[in-house]
Each structure stands twice: as C-alpha cells, then as structure tokens.
Design a protein around this ligand. Sequence first.
Ligand SMILES: *Cc1c(COP(=O)(O)O)cnc(C)c1O
Length: 326
Amino acid sequence: MDKLMIANLPTNIEKVDFFRQELHKSVFIKRDDQTGMATSGNKIRKLEYLIKDAQNKNCDYLITNGGVQSNHARATAVIAAKYKMNSLLILKESGKLKTEGNLFFDKLVGAKIKMLSEQQYQNLPSIIEELKEELTESGHNPYVIPMGGSDGLGALGYVDAYYEILRQEEQLGIEFDTIVVTDGSGGTYAGLLYGNKEANKNKTIIGMSVLNQREQAVRDIVHVLEDMNQYRDNDLRFSDKEINIIDRYIGLGYGKSQLDELKFMEKFAREEGIILDPVYTGKSMYGLYHELKNGNLQESQNILFIHTGGMFGWTDEKINMLYGSI
Ligand SMILES: *Cc1c(COP(=O)(O)O)cnc(C)c1O
C-alpha cells in the first residue's frame, strides 16, 4: 500500500532517567509526539495511509468523528488543509463547550464541524451516511475515516513504526523486550502487535487502556487485526491471550482526570522536559510507573514507551485543576 510521506520519521528514542533514579528500571521513550503536522502524534502515521487512499480515489472531502477534543479529528483537519481537501468533523459534545485546544485548531484550519449530543451520537452510522449523501449530491466525493483512524489500513502506520523500532534497536545496540503504548480505539496497538508477529519477534506489547475495559479493548483490537491481513498479503491469526491490555489506569473515565495523575505529569515534565497529556499519555505513563513500582513487569529489562502526542488535551479544565483558575 502506498502512503503520504509527511511525518518526521524516524522519531527519536531517548532514555528516561526518571525511572532509573526512582525505580532502577531501564525505560526509553519513542518521541512519536514529534511526528509533526501540528503535533499530530500517532494519528499522522495512520492518516498517511488513509488520506493517500482518499487521494487515490479522487476524494475531496474527509469525514471523520470523535470526541469534542479529538486529536485524531484535528489531525485530519490539519492534513486536509495541507492537501486542499475539505474536512467535516462529527464531534460528540461533552461538558461545557469551549473553543479551546483541539476544537480551536479545528476551526483555525477551516474544518466544518457537526456537533452531536451524546444521545444523537448513538445514531452515528446513519448520520454519517446522511451527511455523505448530502455532500455527494452537492458534487463532492467524500471519504469516511473511522474513529481514531483505526481500521486495517490506518493501522499499517504502526506496522511501519514497529519495523522502524527494529532498525533503531540495531543502531542503538539495545533490544527492547517490552513496548508500552496508550490504547484508545485500538489501531496503534494492533499495528504494533501485527508487526511483532509478522517479524517473528517475541516482544511483550502492552496497551494501557484509557478508554475501554479490557474485554471491549481486546474486541476492538481483534477487529482491526482481522482487517489488516488483506493489506499485508498474509494470514496472521491472533488469540485474545496475545493481546496484553492493562485497564487499571482509566481512572475516572475517558478524558476525566484526577489530581494525582496531573501532579505526576507535572513531576515528569519537571524532571524530563517531556510534556505528557492528561487524556492519553499521562495516564499510561502514570500506569507504567505504578506497575513498575508495584513490582509488576519483572521480566521486562528494557522497556520502550511510545509517546503518542496529545498536548492540546491540556484544556482550561485540566489547568485549573492543577493550578486553580488564573
Ligand atoms: C488517539 C490517541 C491514542 C490512542 O491511539 P489508538 O490508535 O486510538 O488506540 C493515544 N495517544 C494519543 C495522544 C492519541 O491522540
């Protein structure tokens, strides 16, 4: 499959002193927060494939969906602007609506936004169909990207990332026995796991869920994995047991923060100069820290954490929680 080549790759791998000092553990971080396109994090690797496919099909309108502060929706809108395409973002409203963070950047780059209440959002598939039809009738050629860009095609971006890691291991003279990544809609995890099996490697791939409980998270990942074989001309089979999801750090729920988590991110930022985000990477790094502190992951000697981006998740609400209103 061909793809756009817009991400800044390979992304750096850096040592995280934090874990060595506190826990005497060897942890590295892969800076996928620096892939570019307005800090599009992991989403750009998936969109390189998806938007190329849209171009190959002569589509001029990208439709996608997500939460009101979706990193994926914003990344789609930014890349659409770059390629002179239109974008329609179908967003699920939650809490008090503020034009900040990702939603602000959606507007800045000219995305059309359709806001749905939580109740309306339950009819998402039929709403997408209607909007698609409307656009087609007005002479456009729309292309629908699934939530998070997480289908078999998008996940190819993280098969590539897996092979990128193998090449970097050779250059660095390190072997990572464990890869830890934040899991939301499953595409990133699925791509890494697929690469691990395709390359006949035996790394432990851990997904720190920030969205769904284990069972649902596994179901979503299996769904993506099954969709991938067609693009790799392969027939890899995965059992649920191979899918290593930790769901103990979802906390109060997707997008919701606890002060303890935010304090951890502050400490990490001060010691490492690396900014995590409250919705995804902050929770999963917090999770990794507590797993190690509790003596889990004993067999893991060299751990690679993938920083998937998300900085615009620092909305007013989170900042106020940490520092009080300014
Ligand atoms: C979307 C996202 C994830 C989760 O990736 P999935 O492929 O949806 O599982 C992790 N971190 C950040 C910052 C994200 O925006």
